[in-house]
Design a protein around this ligand. Structure first.
Ligand SMILES: Cc1cc2nc3c(=O)[nH]c(=O)nc-3n(C[C@H](O)[C@H](O)[C@H](O)COP(=O)(O)OP(=O)(O)OC[C@H]3O[C@@H](n4cnc5c(N)ncnc54)[C@H](O)[C@@H]3O)c2cc1C
Length: 430
């Protein structure tokens, strides 16, 4: 096939880019090193269970996701808007009272924070929803922790709710992430559902890939280097096109751009254990959080409570998530089981381990500074663009958005330039 544009990487950014190119009448070829599409958003099928590669969710408010995805076909299953937080030996429900006003009395008396904290939540919500996204990312920036402290939140609610909840999002235990990133994520939780596709997170990239013709995606094809008008694969094969878009993880993007070796980007890791049991220990679509301020566990959830496709008949799927990915999984499993016994009793002994996903490079650190991800320069040289994870702003929203943006920019550039000139102009990637 003669492709107009080679897109390196079939994660969400690469797929969104390819779709934007096709929408503009161009033929993309997506080359993907691994054996499937999705990048960090994939689901394994094992013994009748659906195992997402690490705990992740779709926030339905994401503007780029609403634009790109067919939510009805994803058959989204929302979580309870809030969480159950374990504090001093008991589980306490925290609810988003804008979505569940009936829980207001329970929230007011919850030990998760003081009464004043609950009133401050109103102010926090107002701040996070103010202005458009560009304005949000231009506000004065500090860490999320300093931001919450400046708003007057008590150490109690910070330790019992904000840290466990948001450290599960950022894989950063101390709320050291940018206050802008925090506001962005808070807005996403406030304005939409947090959901799983009924048949696993992998349905998201699968849906995008299905809109491309089969010949537009080549799996098992690793780009080794980019040379003038072509991409050289690890196999030695050379692919030519009018433009190249790199849509890989940031470290691989730097390698392909031949950027001088610098300190590797700091990343945050996570480990996700999957267990099977006869019954989920808690019903409903709850996320269980560790608000005790000690222990390795961050969160627990039961995907098969949300969608029966996640487990075979008669079984339940349990996901236990911890920060970091350094510890030996067997040692960690023993610790997890002993931490969980006071929570859930002896039933924990009967759980069968299905899999553990150790993801040391799950997300780049989201510490300040985090500029507006929607205006970063994507063009790297004549005929060469990059998209995907913006430094400090990894998410489904920004992966899709950057992919779409790169696709539009490339199409505009190619359609403005006559074919010959576009080819002559190409330089090595630096
Ligand atoms: C455990 C976990 C939980 C997360 N939870 C959430 C969440 O709840 N909400 C949210 O919004 N975001 C979440 N994220 C972040 C989100 O998944 C990512 O930011 C997003 O998927 C990144 O997409 P991408 O296309 O930019 O990159 P990637 O998904 O990393 O895709 C890059 C692709 O490039 C391929 N590739 C690399 N090198 C080459 C090469 N040389 N040649 C060919 N192909 C190559 C890779 O194999 C990969 O498929 C989570 C991420 C993880 C890991």
């Amino acid at each position: 096939m003669n492709a107009d544009v080679i897109v390196i990487g079939a994660g969400l950014a690469g797929l969104a880019c390819a779709l934007a190119l096709r929408d503009r009448g161009l033929e993309p070829l997506v080359i993907e090193a691994s054996d499937g599409v999705g990048g960090r958003v994939r689901t394994d099928h094992r013994e009748g269970f659906l195992l997402d590669r690490g705990f992740q969710v779709l926030q339905t408010w994401y503007p780029a996701a609403r634009e790109t995805l067919d939510y009805a076909r994803l058959d989204l299953r929302p979580f309870y808007p809030g969480a159950l937080v374990r504090i001093e030996g008991r589980l306490h429900r925290v609810s988003d009272i804008w979505r569940r006003p009936d829980r207001l009395p329970e929230m007011l008396f919850s030990p998760v924070g003081t009464l004043a904290d609950k009133i401050r939540l109103l102010k926090l919500r107002q701040r996070c929803l103010r202005g458009d996204l560009q304005a949000l990312y231009q506000r004065p920036e500090t860490t999320a922790l300093a931001y919450l402290q400046a708003l007057g939140f008590s150490p109690r609610i910070i330790e019992r709710f904000f840290k466990p909840f948001f450290s599960g999002v950022f894989f950063e235990p101390d709320l050291a992430v940018s206050s802008r990133t925090f506001e962005f994520v808070f807005r996403a939780f406030a304005l939409g559902d947090t959901a799983l596709p009924a048949r696993g997170m992998g349905e998201i990239p699968a849906q995008l890939a299905a809109r491309l013709p089969p010949h537009a995606i080549r799996l098992g094809a690793r780009a080794e280097r980019i040379e003038r008008a072509s991409v050289v694969l690890q196999s030695g094969e050379r692919l030519k096109a009018r433009a190249v878009v790199i849509a890989t993880e940031s470290s691989e993007t730097a390698r392909l751009l031949q950027q001088p070796r610098s300190e590797p980007l700091p990343h945050r890791g996570t480990s996700c254990f999957y267990f099977s049991a006869h019954h989920a220990p808690v019903g409903g679509g709850y996320l269980l959080l560790n608000g005790e301020g000690r222990g390795r566990i961050n969160s627990l959830l039961f995907p098969s409570n949300l969608s029966p496709y996640y487990a075979p008949p008669g079984r339940s799927l349990i996901s236990v998530n911890v920060h970091g990915a350094d510890e030996n999984p067997d040692t960690l499993e023993t610790r997890i089981r002993s931490e969980l016994r006071p929570w859930l009793g002896e039933q924990v002994r009967a759980w069968t381990r299905l899999a553990v996903y150790r993801l040391p490079h799950a997300l780049p650190s989201q510490r300040p500074p985090v500029p507006y991800p929607g205006s970063q320069e994507l063009r790297r040289a004549d005929g060469l663009w990059s998209c995907g994870e913006y430094q400090g702003a990894p998410s489904i929203q920004w992966a899709l958005h950057s992919g779409q943006r790169a696709g539009c920019e490339v199409a505009n550039a190619l359609q403005a330039a006559p074919l010959d000139r576009a080819q002559d102009n190409r330089h090595p990637a630096h």
